[in-house]
Design a protein around this ligand. Structure first.
Ligand SMILES: [Zn+2]
Length: 375
């Protein structure tokens, strides 16, 4: 039953007018214990706390992108990545900070820093300067990516891990500037398994297309446990720093493992980006209990990306496809429908977790506001 119909018999005329005026401005997100339809989720304010704009957009495609965000009541945290590709990262910083300057109501951004100069004595100073410049242009967070741990090597030929003492002063500075560290460290556990033993099709697709990141093929790269241990050591060494672990903190395979870290590190939260599929293949009641218990520490995100397309039609198609992703996620989080999950396997379905409206509001919106002050 629509909210207005249900409330009409008991509301005064004045209250109804006020209610309808309020609804027109911003659809009410619903009572705390209520469940929401997909349409209601799409109407409520949402922050995608992990997304990427991967190239400069033409004025037309930029307008189409902003219209898409408005239509779906979305705000994007556009995260800039890859310090080991400094030229590209600088372009992404320019794109993100410009989008934010144009539409601060729809786009926030996270900066990052150069790693190609790692062996220079001035590396940390340069990283802090880049970060400070980003913060002055409104960046709410600083990103570290899996190239720390899996790609970057020091002069001694050893892989540089995220708990490296040479990185610590830069992380300290993130906290001093009142920003949040957004950390994609390591990979899903599937990364170190043969393709046919990976638990979900989307990981099989990614690692078959990106063999350079398939851990199993690169025994010289520190393995899964080492990546997670380094990340945990970094959290332990910076207890006051707000850290959001991307992709369920690379502990996607078992919510109990995520819970252990959330219990151990009070300033650690995780985003769900590109790993909802891993929740959808775990036992429903266990996952639902986890989502409710840690409702203040989970941020909705998709890892969707948008970039300049060949023409307006292609841009429209990409945005439509993205709209389908948001609706499919909403169906699983908000309803108890059997939702198709082709990312797990062709024909696989998962029953939605039907989270109460109050929990949805936190995961979709309030937690991003809290964990990324200034968003
Ligand atoms: Zn991402």
């Amino acid at each position: 039953m629509p909210l207005t119909t249900r409330l009409l018999p008991t509301c005064s005329a004045v209250a109804v007018v006020a209610l309808l005026a309020g609804l027109a401005a911003a659809p009410a997100p619903g009572r705390a214990d209520e469940t929401l339809t997909v349409d209601r989720v799409m109407q409520m304010p949402k922050i995608d706390a992990h997304a990427h704009v991967n190239s400069a957009l033409s004025p037309d495609q930029k307008a189409a992108f902003f219209t898409f965000l408005e239509r779906n009541n979305l705000h994007w945290l556009d995260i800039c990545v890859v310090g080991t590709q400094w030229e590209r990262l600088q372009k992404l910083i320019e794109v993100a900070s410009t989008l934010h300057a144009e539409r601060p109501d729809r786009v926030s951004w996270a900066t990052s820093f150069n790693l190609t100069n790692w062996s220079d004595p001035g590396w940390a100073r340069a990283a802090v300067d880049t970060m400070t410049a980003g913060v002055s242009r409104g960046a709410v967070a600083v990103k570290v990516w899996k190239d720390i741990g899996m790609v970057l090597k020091g002069a001694d030929g050893r892989y540089v891990m995220i708990d490296d003492p040479r990185i610590a002063p830069v992380l300290d500075e993130v906290g001093k500037q009142g920003r949040t560290l957004v950390a994609h460290i390591g990979e899903p556990r599937n990364c170190w398994l043969p393709l046919d033993q990976m638990t979900v099709q989307s990981d099989r697709n990614y690692f078959s297309r990106n063999p350079q990141y398939h851990g199993l093929l690169h025994p010289e790269v520190p393995g899964y446990e080492k990546q997670i241990a380094a990340r945990d050591a970094m959290l332990a060494a910076h207890p006051a720093l707000k850290v959001v672990g991307c992709h369920l903190g690379s502990l996607e395979y078992d919510v109990d493992e995520v819970a252990k870290r959330l219990d151990r590190y009070p300033n650690f939260a995780v985003d769900l980006a590109a790993r909802m599929v891993h929740l959808q293949i775990q036992p429903r009641e266990k996952v639902r209990a986890f989502l409710i218990k840690y409702q203040d520490r989970l941020l909705y995100g998709t890892d969707e990306d948008f970039a300049q397309k060949a023409d307006a039609k292609a841009a429209e198609a990409a945005l439509e496809e993205m709209g389908r992703v948001y609706r499919a996620d909403a169906a699983w989080l908000a309803t108890d429908d059997e939702v198709p999950v082709p990312r797990a396997k062709a024909g696989f379905t998962s029953r939605g977790v039907a989270l109460p409206a109050s929990v949805l509001r936190k995961i979709y919106f309030e937690n991003a506001k809290k964990w990324y002050p200034g968003i």
